[in-house]
Unconditional design. Structure first.
Length: 201
């Protein structure tokens, strides 16, 4: 019997949720940060860090400008991958492979309202991923937005901003062990459920 594998929840999203809670409880810096990999339709990959702001049985959600590079790539090629890395004392990794879809507008709005005012204004001001003449241009754009919404308590959700949810097709969980003999489990969707297997490290 494989005691480590059997200790994991049969639902990898439930297990991943538990690992995230343990990473927060361990006091790790930005435990919700994950590397997001996307690719252009022609295959060129790109990767950047995002903050995962939602995890449930539907998948993992993050928020961005839909006109950013990642937004454009996901619109044309929705396949995506996420990777978490939690250092000491946990020494764990999690990898997620799946398809990204836009979250509902009301869900994006609910999250947007949790952000502080400066961040909401920043979402309006930043033409994410596009060239700027310099920092002064960005500061001027922010000042324009700030003036536009002066006295407006509930800054509205920009039409070009919202969430993506990565719907997992496969999830790998990795736990550091001595002598590089790490524990590694891979889950794959199987007729609406999940199958799992131990992988060699």
């Amino acid at each position: 019997m494989d005691s480590w594998l059997e200790s994991l929840d049969r639902d990898p999203l439930a297990e991943l949720g538990r690992w995230l809670v343990e990473a927060r409880d361990a006091g790790l810096h930005e435990p919700d940060a994950a590397a997001l990999a996307t690719a252009a339709p022609t295959g060129e990959p790109s990767v950047r860090m995002v903050l995962v702001r939602g995890l449930d049985d539907r998948g993992l959600a993050f928020y961005t400008n839909y006109e950013s590079r990642k937004g454009g790539e996901l619109a044309r090629n929705p396949r995506a991958a996420l990777a978490f890395n939690w250092g000491p004392p946990l020494r764990r990794q999690a990898r997620i492979e799946g398809v990204a879809e836009r979250v509902a507008a009301d869900e994006s709005l609910a999250y947007f309202r949790t952000r502080d005012r400066a961040s909401r204004l920043g979402a309006w001001a930043s033409p994410q991923s596009r060239p700027l003449a310099g920092r002064d241009e960005l500061d001027a754009r922010y000042a324009e937005v700030e003036a536009r919404f002066v006295g407006v308590e509930d800054v509205p959700l920009p039409p070009f901003w919202g969430g993506f949810r990565v719907v997992p097709q496969a999830i790998e969980l990795w736990q550091n062990r001595p002598s590089r003999l790490h524990d590694r489990a891979r889950y794959e969707r199987d007729d609406g459920g999940w199958s799992r297997v131990r992988l060699a490290p």
